[in-house]
Design a protein around this ligand. Structure first.
Ligand code: SF4
Length: 191
C-alpha cells in the first residue's frame, strides 16, 4: 500500500475519483496541482522568524519541536512545529505563505487533522487543537479546534482510499457538480 499524505486525503475529500484516476489508473494531474494551498508551505524563504516569544505566551507552549516528519503505517506528513501545551496536550502548528481572509480553508483544516492523528500516535498525547500562522498577514495566528470526529474522518478517508486502490473500485462522482468544471479529469470522467 502506498503511503498517504494530507494532499491525497484532501483530493479524495474533494472528489473520490481523484484517487481512482491518479492512483488506480495512474493518470497524473497534468495541470498544476489543484491544491495550491498545500503547496504554499514550500515557500521557505517567506517563513519568517519562528522563535516568536509571543506565540509561547499567547497559546501556553511548554515545548516546541520543529520540522517534524511524522509517519505511521499508512499516513505521513511533515509539520512545521509540534507544540506541547501547558495542559500537556499537543498541537500542530503550520506556517502558511498566505493572507488570512477571515475564513480557514477546509484544506488547511484537514491538513491539521492529519497531523493530529499522527501526533497522537507518535507522542501518545491528545490533540484537541492546532494552529495556523499566516505569514502574509503579519504572522497572524489562528486556532483551529480538532474534534474526535475530525480525526475519525481522516481514518475513514484512508480506509476509502485503500479500498479504491486495492479493489480497483470506481467510486461515485462528487455530489458537487461545480467541482467538475475545473477538474483535470473532466474529459475522461463518466458521470
Ligand atoms: S469530473 Fe467531477 S466527478 Fe469526475 S473526477 Fe472531476 S470532480 Fe470528480
Amino acid at each position: 500500500m502506498m503511503s498517504i499524505t494530507p494532499s491525497h486525503i484532501i483530493e479524495h475529500l474533494f472528489c473520490p475519483r481523484y484517487t481512482y484516476f491518479e492512483y488506480v489508473l495512474t493518470i497524473p494531474q497534468y495541470e498544476e496541482k489543484f491544491y495550491k494551498a498545500i503547496k504554499g508551505r514550500e515557500v521557505h524563504s517567506e517563513k519568517l522568524e519562528r522563535n516568536k516569544d509571543y506565540l509561547r505566551k499567547k497559546i501556553g507552549v511548554k515545548e516546541k519541536l520543529q520540522d517534524q516528519y511524522l509517519t505511521n503505517d499508512v499516513l505521513r506528513g511533515k509539520v512545521d512545529e509540534v507544540l506541547l501545551l501547558n495542559d500537556d496536550t499537543m498541537a500542530p502548528l503550520d506556517y502558511k505563505f498566505a493572507e488570512y481572509k477571515d475564513k480557514i480553508y477546509n484544506t488547511y483544516q484537514q491538513q491539521l487533522f492529519c497531523y493530529a492523528v499522527l501526533i497522537e500516535e507518535k507522542f501518545k498525547r491528545p490533540v484537541h487543537k492546532g494552529f495556523i500562522v499566516y505569514t502574509r498577514s503579519k504572522n497572524k495566528l489562528v486556532e483551529v479546534q480538532i474534534k474526535s470526529e475530525d480525526k475519525l474522518l481522516i481514518s475513514e478517508t484512508i480506509e476509502q482510499i485503500e479500498r479504491i486502490i486495492n479493489n480497483n473500485y470506481y467510486p461515485k462522482a462528487t455530489k458537487f457538480k461545480r467541482r467538475c468544471l475545473n477538474c483535470t479529469y473532466r474529459n475522461i470522467c463518466i458521470k
